[in-house]
Design a protein around this ligand. Structure first.
Ligand code: SAH
Ligand code: SF4
Length: 354
């Protein structure tokens, strides 16, 4: 099946062309309806009925829900979506006390091959389009509103490597900021360390947050855990991180999935402190015990070790927080829902009404 532009792929100018023959104010009405009111054309009662029906047809949604699962008493919602060509991607919405964050996918699958990651284990399917990325945010924002919340944050920590799909990722970021109205401070791009992408990001006008998935602070271990390190080794990566900080004047974070006996030793903490403090502003470290995946034998660090590792970092003068693992009972870690779905390929989970 060929792919055509979906509802959130269409630019404002393209929508203008679709609305040719309509009064000029229609463009504003429809654009605000889609991005500010988070509405479907059929819900835009300011439009004539025939136009609503026509727009529903011309601007189809990209994401068809396969499963929707909730956990943590409704605080975490995870969707597995099917795209027009049958590809599957996932999105996770997390409500916290003070914010609601959506974790979006930037690619179907991933070509980076990190062995500990369920998405990496499954390989690369294809790039997502702007519309397929933006729609994840719009659908989550709408769900948040239904839950009496307001979507405030977006993290590119679902499936895929956002900087390996740079153009669509950046266009989606601009749409989230300019049209949906999310603050750039609340948008976070997470990367495995694609150096040219980080350098390009440093030249963009919007100062989004950058999270770098480090996981190892020496090249020998990082080459093993994160194969792209062989192409962009730590010296080059740290240089690009320093450049980003200088250009943006904002803190960046290192993501560190603690793997039992592999990267949770005192010597790992020591090297990480050095790397973090070598930057113009020390990086903040987010620690998370590795989530188990079917294709990786090693386990996450036990809770006591996670706390000790955090304390070592703090003693070294580096800020570190332990990320709350969310939705583990619905496999809300990276790529895991799709993996689970492909193993079971059965259960369609219907969200309980609240
Ligand atoms: N490709 C990007 C963004 C998607 S991965 C990146 O790698 O940064 C989002 C985050 O989940 C990354 O920090 C990644 O290292 C982490 N991750 C992947 N598999 C994981 C696992 N099994 N347990 C814990 N974190 C994992
Ligand atoms: Fe891709 Fe990120 Fe998973 Fe590595 S951790 S395989 S870069 S999604």
């Amino acid at each position: 099946m060929s792919r055509s532009a979906t509802r959130f792929d269409v630019t404002r100018d393209e929508l203008g062309a679709i609305l040719a023959g309509q009064p000029r104010y229609r463009l504003d009405q429809v654009w605000a309806g889609l991005y500010e009111q988070l509405a479907s054309p059929s819900e835009l009662t300011v439009l004539p009925k025939a136009l609503r029906a026509e727009l529903e047809e011309t601007l189809p949604l990209a994401l068809v829900p396969v499963t929707e699962q909730t956990s943590d008493k409704g605080e975490t919602v995870k969707w597995l979506w099917e795209l027009a060509d049958g590809t599957k991607v996932e999105t996770v919405l997390m409500h916290y006390d003070e914010r609601s964050t959506v974790c979006v996918s930037s690619q179907a699958g991933c070509a980076m091959g990190c062995g500990f990651c369920a998405t990496g284990q499954a390989g690369f399917d294809r790039q997502l389009t702007i519309g397929e990325i933006v729609e994840q945010v719009v659908r989550a924002a709408r769900r948040a509103r239904d839950d009496g919340r307001r979507l405030s944050n977006v993290v590119f920590m679902g499936m895929g490597e956002p900087l390996a799909n740079y153009d669509a990722t950046w266009a989606a970021v601009e749409r989230m900021h300019g049209d949906i109205g999310l603050s750039a401070r609340h948008l976070t791009v997470s990367t495995v360390g694609i150096v040219p992408g980080i350098r390009r990001l440093a030249t963009e006008a919007l100062p989004v947050n950058l999270a770098v998935s480090l996981h190892a602070a020496d090249d020998a271990l990082r080459d093993e855990l994160v194969p792209i390190n062989r192409r962009y080794p730590l010296s080059t990566l740290m240089d690009a991180c320093a450049g980003y900080l200088q250009a943006k004047g904002r803190r960046l974070s290192f993501e560190w999935a603690l793997i039992d006996g592999v990267n949770d030793r005192d010597q790992d903490a020591r090297l990480l402190v050095e790397r973090s403090r070598s930057l113009p502003l020390p990086a903040h470290v987010n620690l998370i015990p590795l989530n188990p995946t079917p294709g990786y034998a090693v386990r996450g660090s036990p809770p006591g070790r996670v706390r000790e590792f955090r304390d070592r970092l703090r003693e070294g003068g580096v800020n570190a927080t332990i990320r709350r693992t969310r939705g583990t009972e619905i496999d809300a870690a990276c790529g895991q829902l799709r993996a689970a779905h492909e193993i079971e390929a059965s259960s369609v989970v219907v969200r309980p009404r609240r």
